[in-house]
Ligand binder design. Structure first.
Ligand SMILES: [Zn+2]
Length: 425
């Protein structure tokens, strides 16, 4: 017997079906329309004999593989009013953020991160990878907070923590940060991370992170080339190192941002994109924060700050889209919504709607090493039902009305009501 019935929902191919879910997987897609009128949404009611435990009427909703968030900073989320960044760029954001470390506490970080993660779940993100600051200014406070959030919210989402080691990483003065990263991994951080472009020796910083990931048998996820300087292209170095060394021990390599690839000439983009694809590196493009932070000094046609999405896709690389910062000094806006990211990818990276949705769903799960999901019998029931008729419409309107399923259970349900006077609707 099914545990959950999603009734009269529109499938991605436009057909309608009743979707039965059991044991965390899609058990049946029944295309016959129900004879009886659809009942209102019911959740958690006592089931009649022979009925699923929970039934949702989803007439007017589109059922999609759930999106996922490949790159968040939950420890920084929702601090835009607490930590202003008058300079507006990346250097200003880092300076202001670190200057306010003394105001951070484990309890305060936990509360904000929890709220931000729940906002993501409500929008459909049943998996989130968040970077977590680790350095000699904040110590392991943010790690402690995010480990608590991960445990508390485990029934609702798969939360991965990336240890974002601070600068410097290299040289004798980098020793405290290197030691703290290892301590964070000992404490339960899942992924090795860092920002080589902020280090005095970006290649040595990249090597250190790669070596730690290999030694620990963990994935690597680096902030890579988060600037628009054409002369600096650490992404190519990372790809060549991975190709030369192999990825023995490293369980997945991801490069986030890669902004400077976007300002290279096209032959250079192709050469690097082919190396990235050959190395199996996933690239995460982050339109919100890159549009916010990059090219602040340029008054005429400022660069969009995104990586070379078209060249990477043409080369066969896995390109995922993420939201990055959520209402903090690095980006004062954002809604924790993969559909917002998809919309920006349509506008700023010129992807089609289906391509943009794949970038915030299947491509993310691939980058995060998670099982693929689909609206098919036997697939894991990681699903987003959203009040829309097509993927394009879902991205365009991004309705709040959503029902989110994780491991076969409804973990968030949002319904909005709009009324107009008289009959102008
Ligand atoms: Zn980031």
């Amino acid at each position: 017997m099914a545990d959950l019935l999603l009734r009269s929902v529109t499938l991605p191919d436009g057909s309608r079906a009743d979707v039965r879910i059991a044991d965390g997987r899609i058990a049946a897609l029944e295309h016959a329309a129900p004879a009886a009128p659809a009942a209102p949404v019911r959740s958690g009611e006592t089931a009649a004999p022979g009925e699923p435990a929970e039934v949702h009427d989803l007439d007017g909703y589109l059922l999609l593989p759930a999106p996922a968030e490949p790159h968040a900073h939950l420890d920084k989320a929702l601090t835009a009013d607490l930590v202003p960044n008058p300079q507006g760029d990346l250097a200003g954001a880092i300076e202001q953020w670190m200057a306010r470390y003394p105001e951070r506490t484990v309890a305060e970080i936990t509360g904000r991160a929890r709220r931000a993660a729940l906002a993501g779940v409500a929008n459909g993100a049943t998996a989130i990878r968040t970077h977590v600051d680790i350095n000699d200014g904040i110590g392991l406070q943010a790690v402690e907070a995010l480990l608590a959030v991960k445990e508390e919210l485990a029934p609702l989402l798969d939360l991965q923590l990336v240890g974002l080691v601070g600068r410097p990483v290299t040289g004798p003065e980098g020793r405290p940060n290197r030691d703290l990263l290892l301590a964070g991994l000992d404490a339960g951080v899942d992924v090795v991370g860092g920002c080589p472009h902020l280090d005095a020796d970006p290649q040595a910083a990249t090597d250190f992170c790669l070596e730690v990931a290999a030694e620990r048998g963990l994935p690597l996820d680096l902030h890579m080339d988060e600037h628009l300087r054409p002369a600096a292209l650490d992404l190519e170095y990372l790809a060549r190192r991975v190709l030369a060394l192999g990825v023995t021990g490293v369980t997945g390599v991801t490069a986030s941002h890669c902004c400077s690839l976007g300002v290279q000439d096209v032959p250079t983009q192709r050469r690097v994109a082919e190396a990235v694809a050959a190395a199996g590196i996933s690239v995460v493009t982050l339109p919100q924060t890159n549009l916010y932070l990059q090219a602040r000094d340029e008054r005429r046609s400022p660069a969009r700050g995104l990586t070379a999405v078209a060249s990477l896709l043409e080369a066969g690389a896995n390109v995922a889209g993420g939201a990055d910062n959520l209402q903090d000094p690095f980006n004062t806006v954002g809604r924790a919504d993969p559909l917002e990211t998809a919309s920006l990818l349509v506008m700023a990276a010129h992807l089609g709607a289906e391509q943009a949705y794949r970038a915030v769903s299947g491509a993310v799960r691939h980058a995060l090493g998670l099982a693929p999901v689909a609206v098919e019998v036997g697939a894991p029931a990681e699903l987003l039902a959203v009040r829309a008729g097509t993927v394009r419409e879902a991205i365009a309107f991004a309705p709040a009305d959503r029902v989110v399923t994780h491991r076969g259970r409804v973990v968030a349900s949002t319904t909005t009501t709009t009324t107009f006077p008289r009959s102008w609707a």
